[in-house]
Design a protein around this ligand. Structure first.
Ligand code: NDP
Length: 448
């Protein structure tokens, strides 16, 4: 599919010139613009208010040095980022990614997507994202702590509970959030909800760990029901074996499906009998081991090196939950050929544009990341509310609110798609519904 609206075509050219060498960011903007073509035509007031030009430019981009000393006494230097993209509807909110592939373009694409995702949650949160090219894998706890302390020593100058509230993402789990929170509290001498995903003993919310994976399944459940289907007795393939993949596996299984595959960046496991999730949690959450260790306990399962082959496993539903651009046209065609009828995204932008074209060509159901994986940030928003009122809600309370939020998100996507003449196109629905709320706020607040 190609962009046709002249105004958006010209603006995309400017975005490309201004953000050279950042293909992921351009990819994210292009996808959103394609969905917004009917909006640009129907709402000249938003064009006149310069909303489209302003929304693609981050309000603030912070890049900083992160020096730390490793266990051998050697100085290491990483690069830290925080992109404060849009604060029209609330304080900047979005995770911190720690992965060697991190550079400005990755953080900008994630921050841009976060604007629309946060808007869809119905909670008052703006969009932001941050991280570093630091790789926590293979580092000792002491090294991770020293890195996190150095990272926060700079980051604390830019964030705050009413300004910018970071959270976890790839490579940033409870351990890293704990170290960062400790350093923020020490430097600022204040105990505030400046980060979400905190430990339960210092302001964290019950169900935050489960939220993104559970939310993906609640969203999928709504989408399936709206199309006369359900999780019951379906075979599901999930990529990744981190936070999102683990809790998506748990909820999909509870909803009656059988999850047969998981992966990490080295390869994937296929267990026809259904994944033994207790074992995966032990390997990944406790021992920080590789997924291939699974077959040592379950020799009947099969381990294959490399990630892309996971999409050749026959399934009814695929939930990519690892990383961006992990599912390409070839993978999408393999899924379709094996009878897969739905792809719902747990990771951010896991499908390439060509893969998305295949979903539409083959009439598959497609749930885009910014709607389907919004459960994590939604519960982060609920963590902020609990911190503000100095209370903590029960697991059932938070999980119940998460479920209603995911239901509402599906409804907004569905209705926006229908209103703009694209029924069943939940990608367009998510982009339009997420955009309109932020756009109205930007227009009302004037040219800022
Ligand atoms: P984790 O770090 O817990 O897990 C990431 C998983 O994906 C690991 O299994 C990892 O394998 C795998 N992975 C990472 N990079 C690659 C790669 N380049 N190729 C193949 N596999 C890879 O992260 P999360 O589960 O938190 O995040 C997964 C996705 O979900 C990301 O896109 C994230 O942005 C998105 N997301 C996360 C939310 C959250 O609340 N955590 C909220 C919304 C979205 P390995 O261990 O080998 O690196």
């Amino acid at each position: 599919m190609a962009l046709k609206n002249k105004y958006l075509v010209d603006l995309l050219e400017t975005v490309k010139k201004r953000n050279q060498g950042e293909p992921e960011f351009i990819q994210a903007v292009t996808e959103v613009f394609m969905s917004l073509e009917p909006v640009a035509e129907k709402r000249p007031d938003l064009v006149e208010a310069g909303v489209f030009e302003r929304i693609v430019e981050p309000e603030r981009q912070i890049i900083f040095r992160v020096p730390w000393v490793d266990d051998n006494g050697v100085t290491q230097v990483n690069r830290g980022f925080r992109i404060e993209f849009n604060s029209a509807i609330g304080p900047y909110k979005g995770g911190l990614r720690l992965h060697p592939s991190v550079y400005l373009g990755i953080i900008k694409f994630l921050g841009f997507e976060q604007i629309f995702k946060n808007s869809l949650t119905t909670l008052p949160m703006g969009g932001g994202k941050g991280g570093s090219d630091f790789d926590p894998k293979g580092k000792s706890d002491g090294e991770v702590m020293r890195f996190c302390q150095s990272f926060m020593t700079e980051l604390c100058k830019h964030i705050g509970p009413d300004t910018d509230v970071p959270a976890g993402d790839i490579g940033t789990g409870a351990r890293e959030i704990g170290y960062m929170f400790g350093q923020y509290k020490r430097i600022r001498n204040e105990f505030t909800g400046v980060l979400t995903g905190k430990g339960l003993t210092f302001g964290g919310s019950l169900a935050r760990t489960e939220a993104t994976g559970y939310g993906v399944c609640y969203f999928t459940d709504e989408l399936l029901k709206a199309n006369g289907k359900s999780f019951k007795d379906k075979t599901v393939v999930i990529s990744g074996s981190g936070n999102v993949a683990i809790y998506a596996t748990q909820k999909a299984t509870e909803l009656g499906a059988k999850v047969v595959a998981l992966s990490d960046s080295n390869g994937y496991i296929y267990d026809e009998n259904g994944i033994d999730l207790a074992l995966v949690k032990q390997l990944k959450e406790v021992e920080r081991k590789r997924i291939k260790e699974y077959v040592n306990v379950h020799p009947e399962a099969k381990y294959t090196e490399g990630c892309s082959g996971i999409w050749t496993i026959p399934c009814d539903i695929a939930l990519p939950c690892a990383t961006q651009n992990e599912l390409d046209a070839e993978g999408a065609k393999a899924l379709a050929a094996n009878g897969c009828f739905a792809v719902i995204e747990g990771a951010n932008m896991p499908s390439t544009p060509e893969a998305i074209d295949v979903y539409f060509e083959k009439g598959m159901l497609y749930g885009p990341a910014k709607a389907a994986n919004a459960g994590g940030v939604a519960v982060s928003g609920l963590e902020m509310s609990q911190n503000s009122e100095r209370l903590s809600w029960t697991f059932e309370d938070v999980d119940g609110r998460l479920k209603s939020i995911m239901k509402e998100i599906f409804k907004s996507c569905d209705e926006a798609a229908k209103e703009y003449g694209m029924e069943g196109n939940y990608m367009a629905g998510a982009n339009i519904a997420g955009f309109l709320k932020v756009a109205e706020a930007m227009k009302a607040q004037g040219c800022v």
